[in-house]
Design a protein around this ligand. Structure first.
Ligand code: DP6
Length: 323
């Protein structure tokens, strides 16, 4: 039995967003979601199980990490200890090629890679669905970083049927995500607390009721490589999630003035016939999507904008894999 393993996973950007849980501890989402893995960004996690007493050890980008982060990771590892019957502590090394301070979510890539490395090192050989279900327990969006390319997370009604599957491989569509970094600060309210606030918005019920329609439109747009349709539904879905955030109690406003400047620039460019759209997660940075053919035109627009500190670029990526 191997007692150590190394795995790599990419973060993902959701075109149809996950916001709110129907069940918090199992992380059963209130709605299904669709995303694309980001090839240029990755987290690599090494896990070694050691038979000793005490705490699990976690080093993130060279720094020993304790506190709430280690607690969350150790609670997740308990699930693997239960499944494998292993009574050991984990020594973990996590490295990302994007700084966690850059406002890009690393929990998806980190938990997807951790799930694969930790189960394999514990002697478990789980299939993609079982890995996705388990990764979901660490961070909801991590379940979407397990399968390859363009991915759909079925909300499901229980632990057994809430997981993500690939709907198209990365080479299906040469889309580019240009991430306009407008602030590298850590978020004031992380997605963990944010999900819990979602039901307090009167708009969440309408957002959920319409989710199956948006999922259908998005899935079809991906399968037929229809950028115009994708742009319409992805922007609508992002705006609906932010409307819920802004109207929850207490309200959450993640946008900065530069966020809105980018949104308006993207809308303006689309009105002039450029195939481009935006989507925004729980932070001020803007993900700008376009077909590869429009990449340099869109990049030029963004680089001239005041408040845009950096533009990080990625195409569609593979799923989580062992190294
Ligand atoms: C806005 O997956 O980060 O990025 O399950 O608490 O770890 P936890 O939440 P997380 O939430 C992601 C929220 C989002 C939308 C999305 O990626 O679907």
């Amino acid at each position: 039995m191997p007692s150590s393993a190394v795995a790599l996973a990419h973060p993902n950007i959701a075109f149809i967003k996950y916001w709110g849980n129907r069940e918090e501890t199992l992380r059963l989402p209130a709605n299904g979601s669709i995303s694309m893995n980001l090839a240029a960004l990755w987290t690599r996690v090494t896990v070694e199980w050691e038979e000793r007493e005490g705490e699990d050890h976690l080093i993130i980008n060279g720094e020993a990490t304790g506190g709430a982060t280690l607690q969350r990771v150790s609670a997740f590892l308990d699930l693997i200890r239960q499944q494998s019957g292993l009574n050991a502590r984990a020594n973990m090394l996590s490295e990302s090629n994007f700084p966690s301070g850059a406002g890009l979510a690393s929990s998806a890539s980190a938990f997807a890679a951790l799930t694969l490395a930790a189960t394999r090192a514990a002697g478990l050989e789980l299939d993609s669905i079982a890995l996705s279900r388990l990764a979901r327990r660490g961070s909801g969006s991590a379940c979407r970083s397990v399968p390859s390319g363009f991915v759909e997370w079925y909300a499901g009604a229980s632990d057994a049927d809430s997981y993500a599957v690939s709907i198209a491989p990365p080479e299906h569509w040469a889309l580019v995500d240009l991430i306009a970094i407008v602030s590298a600060e850590h978020k004031a309210v992380g997605s963990l607390q944010g999900h819990a606030l979602a039901p307090s918005s009167p708009l969440q019920a309408a957002r959920l009721a319409d989710a199956p329609r948006r999922l259908d439109l998005c899935r079809r747009a991906i399968l037929t490589r229809d950028f115009e349709a994708l742009a319409a539904v992805a922007e609508l879905d992002s705006d609906m999630m932010h409307a819920v955030m802004m109207t929850s109690a207490p309200p959450l406003l993640y946008w900065q003035p530069a966020t809105i400047a980018v949104m308006q620039t993207v809308r303006g460019a689309r009105a002039r016939g450029i195939a481009v759209c935006y989507t925004i997660d729980a932070g001020p940075n803007v993900h700008i999507l376009c077909p590869e053919s429009e990449r340099s035109a869109v990049r030029a627009l963004l680089e001239g904008l005041e408040g845009v500190q950096e533009v990080v670029e990625s195409g569609p990526g593979e799923g989580a894999r062992l190294l």
